[in-house]
Design a protein around this ligand. Sequence first.
Ligand SMILES: Cc1cc2nc3c(=O)[nH]c(=O)nc-3n(C[C@H](O)[C@H](O)[C@H](O)COP(=O)(O)OP(=O)(O)OC[C@H]3O[C@@H](n4cnc5c(N)ncnc54)[C@H](O)[C@@H]3O)c2cc1C
Length: 388
Amino acid sequence: MYTNYDLIIIGGGASGCAAAITAARNGVKVLILEKETRLLKKLSLTGNGQCNLANSNSTTGKYNSTFPNRVFDVIPLKRIIDYYESLKVLLVEDNLRWFPYSKHSATVVNAIRDEIEKLFIDVKTEYNVSSIKKENNVFIVNNKFYSKYILLATGSNATKGTDSLDLVRTLGHKVFPFKPSLTHIYTDTKKIKGLNGVRVYNCNAKLEIDGNIVAESIGDVIFRDYGVSGSAIFDISVHLARAKSYKKAAVVLDFLPAFEKTLVDLIENNGGIEGFFHQKVKKAILLEAKNNVSYSLAYVIKNFRLENATLGPMIHAQLASGGVITDKVSQFNLESRLVPNLYFAGEVLDVDGECGGFNLMWAVASGIVVASHITSKLKLDDKYIDKN
Ligand SMILES: Cc1cc2nc3c(=O)[nH]c(=O)nc-3n(C[C@H](O)[C@H](O)[C@H](O)COP(=O)(O)OP(=O)(O)OC[C@H]3O[C@@H](n4cnc5c(N)ncnc54)[C@H](O)[C@@H]3O)c2cc1C
C-alpha cells in the first residue's frame, strides 16, 4: 500500500516537534497533525511565560516511576541543551534551572516553528485526529493519511481542552485517566477565612495522606478562598495526584522551618509572636492556638493543618498525572509492545515529573529518542530494499 509519509506525528507540542525536527533532519518524511490553530500553544504558557526548559539536577527520582531512566541514559541534559542550541536559542542556567536567555517562551516557540518551516515539514493545524487504523502494516489516519510509523504525542488536557486517551484506547493500550497535577490544593477554609491573597515565604508545606507525610517542600504558600497555592503547594500537589487511593489528605504548614527546638525560646524571649508574620497570619495562628502559651503557639506555627485536601481543577493544572500505562511500551525506544511501529512521547505517557523543567526535559528527550529509533529502522528498511 502507498504511504504518503514515513512518520505521522499526532500532536504538535514540545515532544511532537522535537521528534519531527530530529526525524526530518535525518531525511524522514514527516507530517504533524495538530488540532489547535498553531503548533506549541502549551509551550508558550510554560514557566509563567519564562519557559523552564531543563534542570541540571539528576533526573533520577524526579518522576513517578523509573520508566524515563533509560531514555535519559541516551538523551541526557547535554543532548537536550544541544537540541535548543541547534535551534539557535541562547540558554541560561539559573539556580540549576535552564531557561532561554530571554526568559521568554516565545523565543523558543518561534525558533522551533522556524526550524519546522526550514525543514519543509508538512504541518496541518486545526486538524483533530479521531481514528487510526492499521492495514497491511500501514497506518491510516482519519481515513486520509498513510504512514509506516505513527507517533502519538497528544499530551494531556492540563489547562484546557479534552484529552486523546480514547484514541489511545482504540489502539488496545490501557490508560490511567488524567488527574490534575502541579496545581492548587483545595482544603477546608474555615481557619484561613479572610487570608485570600496573603503570601507566606519560606514555608514548609507538607502533604499528609492517611496519617503519613508523603511529601514536603519549602517555598511560597499563598492563601486562597478555596485553599492554598504557591510554589511549595504546586510541588506537593504532584504527590497528591500520584496517590492512587487514599481516605484522607491534609496540608500541614510549618511557618518557621528554620526554627526547631529553639522556637519556644524565641517566642518567650520575644514575648509572643508579634513581628514574626503577616498580621492576618498571626491572627489565624492565635485563633488556632486558643491561648498565648509559647508551647501552644510553637505547636501551631509548626503544624498548621488544613484538612480535606483535594486537587484543584484541570484548567489550573500545569501537568496531568496518568496517561498511557507504560508496561506495554518499550522503555528503550517508546515503541508500543502491542502495535509494532506505533510510538508514544511526552505527557500522553504515564510519566509526570517534578516542577523545575523536568516535564519539558521528558517531552524533548522522549521525542528525540522516538525519532532516532524510527530513523534507524527506516535506514535498515532502505538497506533491505537496496539489497533486493
Ligand atoms: C501553564 C503551564 C506552565 C508549565 N511550565 C512548565 C515549565 O516551566 N517547565 C516544564 O518542564 N514544564 C512545564 N509545563 C509542562 C509542559 O509544558 C508539558 O509537560 C509539555 O509541554 C508536554 O509536552 P507534550 O508535547 O507531551 O504535550 P503538549 O505540549 O500538550 O502537546 C500535545 C499537542 O497535541 C495536540 N493534540 C492532542 N490530541 C490531538 C488530536 N487528537 N489530534 C491532533 N492534535 C492533538 C494538542 O493540541 C497539543 O498541541 C507547564 C505546563 C503548563 C500548562
